[in-house]
Design a protein around this ligand. Structure first.
Ligand code: SAM
Length: 474
């Protein structure tokens, strides 16, 4: 573990005026490896099912006080911590590996805007907070997840897909101009800002390699531009949560101060009551400033603001004329209905939000047209199916998001067959399955993906990018 640079320690001492003991605790904890934490995915499993899972995997759990879905885990086999991402239950989206303090900002949104219907995650990749938001804000609520980096947006989409989320709209914009494009659109906004990462040394020993006060000033200019943009995008009465995984005032308090000085209609919310032990990290302004030694976590910062005014429901806007999607025709819906009946999928409201583009069918959150009329959308909701001459071919995303609702008898695979499936291999199963028949393969009651019976085999329909060499089963 790398030691903290002396210039940084001096800087923090100047800002925090820590006692000698506290500074020693801060430096000591910053040099210790981080405890592993996960958050179970409410879209897939309940708390009781998560406890069952933890038992199967021989994890000892310690609840994270500020997040009902979050737990520090101590696996019986310590090696497991390094391979968690390859575990079948992770690949099935049942849990998300997320640092405990990074679960705070979404909890603040849940606490102060529990009824929000349209939310923005302004700097969203790789999606730990988008997927966390989606556990609480379910359809018809919708989340616009924006990310500037093209390479990181792919990971963001992969996580949304893995977690079976159907109400996210992905955009690929510079957050600094988003506020002008989507003026006064959102009930709640999370700005989890790009930052210097001073709080992340326990995970990344190189995090502080290039630390300098100059770098702090440069990044804080970006943060100020982003928070200004978030202000514009927020509806009157809306909630803005600003967070970073860094510790200096320049990137935290001073950015918040900038917002409050420029906009008299913004007021800071005191987060003291946000969870039982919050007073240990509360600042005089009511922000959460989490140093690693307070809760034995990463360093983190969270502030929340309310915009004055009364929140109004804005009427939906029509999609722009040139938008390539059309409402799915009656004919397409009629084609899809027997497929859903065969799966035992109860689809009453589904068809209202069904769209088509060329030979593909999509299920969009209702606000998609409103967003599309103002900004280019990268992807919305989930792909439902492709239309081929031979009939409808269901899409993987649809299966992952909805298959637990199907009443069709489950094709439950053994661990051995499930491993083969995730490796992309075609399967031989003992039961006779009629030829040309599409089924969803499950492992322990959760969907893995589609198979199709052909010539005595089950053809594997797992999308190639999701094939894994070595999925782990316990
Ligand atoms: N919220 C994410 C999560 O919980 O998984 C982590 C976000 S990370 C702290 C900051 C993200 O902001 C990075 O993915 C970075 O690429 C993105 N970013 C940087 N500059 C941006 C900008 N101007 N607009 C939007 N996103 C930006």
């Amino acid at each position: 573990m790398a030691a903290l640079p002396q210039a940084f320690i001096d800087h923090i001492q100047q800002q925090q005026n820590f006692s000698a003991t506290e500074m020693e605790q801060f430096c000591q904890l910053s040099a210790q490896p981080l405890r592993k934490s996960v958050r179970f995915n409410r879209n897939k499993i309940s708390l009781a099912e998560f406890h069952q899972l933890a038992q199967q995997l021989a994890w000892t759990l310690e609840p994270i006080p500020w997040c009902n879905e979050g737990f520090w885990i101590s696996p019986k086999d310590p090696q497991m911590e390094h391979t968690l991402g390859n575990h079948v239950e992770h690949l099935q989206g049942l849990f998300y590996i997320q640092e405990s303090s990074s679960m705070l900002p979404v909890k603040v949104i849940e606490h102060f805007a529990p009824e929000a219907q349209i939310l923005l995650d302004m700097a969203a990749a790789p999606g730990s907070k988008t997927t966390q938001l989606a556990g609480h804000f379910i359809a018809p609520a919708a989340i616009v997840a924006n990310e500037l980096s093209s390479s990181r947006i792919k990971g963001l989409h992969a996580n949304i897909q893995r977690c079976g989320i159907d109400n996210v709209i992905l955009t690929h914009q510079d957050g600094r101009i988003l506020g002008e494009q989507l003026n006064a659109t959102f009930d709640a906004i999370l700005l989890d800002a790009p930052c210097g990462g001073e709080g992340t040394v326990r995970k990344d020993p190189d995090a502080m390699k290039n630390w300098s006060t100059q770098a702090l000033h440069t990044i804080s200019e970006v943060q100020k531009a982003l928070i200004e943009s978030a202000y514009l995008a927020l509806k009157p009465g809306g909630l803005l949560v600003y967070s970073t995984c860094t510790l200096s005032f320049e990137e935290n308090q001073f950015v918040c101060q900038h917002l409050l000085e420029r906009h008299q209609d913004m007021s800071a919310i005191d987060l003291k009551q946000c969870f039982a032990d919050a007073s240990r990290c509360i600042t005089p302004e009511g922000f959460l400033h989490v140093f690693p030694h307070i809760y034995n976590s990463e360093g983190f910062f969270v502030a929340a603001f309310r915009k004055a005014g009364e929140m109004k429901v804005t009427p939906p806007l029509e999609a722009p004329k040139k938008w390539p999607y059309r409402r799915a025709s009656q004919k397409l819906c009629q084609q899809l209905k027997p497929v859903f009946q065969h799966l035992g999928f109860e689809s009453s409201n589904f068809f209202d939000n069904l769209w088509s583009r060329d030979d593909t069918l999509w299920y969009f959150p209702a606000v998609t047209t409103t967003i599309a009329s103002q900004i280019k959308i990268q992807r919305s909701g989930i792909k439902v199916a492709e239309i081929h001459r031979s009939g409808i071919r269901l899409a993987h995303d649809f299966i992952i998001a909805f298959a637990t609702d199907f009443s069709q008898p489950k094709l439950e695979l053994s661990a051995e067959l499930a491993r083969d499936y995730l490796r992309g291999v075609d399967l031989r199963v003992p039961d006779a399955i009629p030829e040309n028949y599409e089924r969803v393969a499950f492992y322990r009651g959760q969907p893995l993906g589609l198979v199709k019976s052909l010539k005595g085999k089950l053809k594997n329909r797992l999308p190639r990018p999701l094939v894994r060499d070595n999925p782990i089963f316990k």
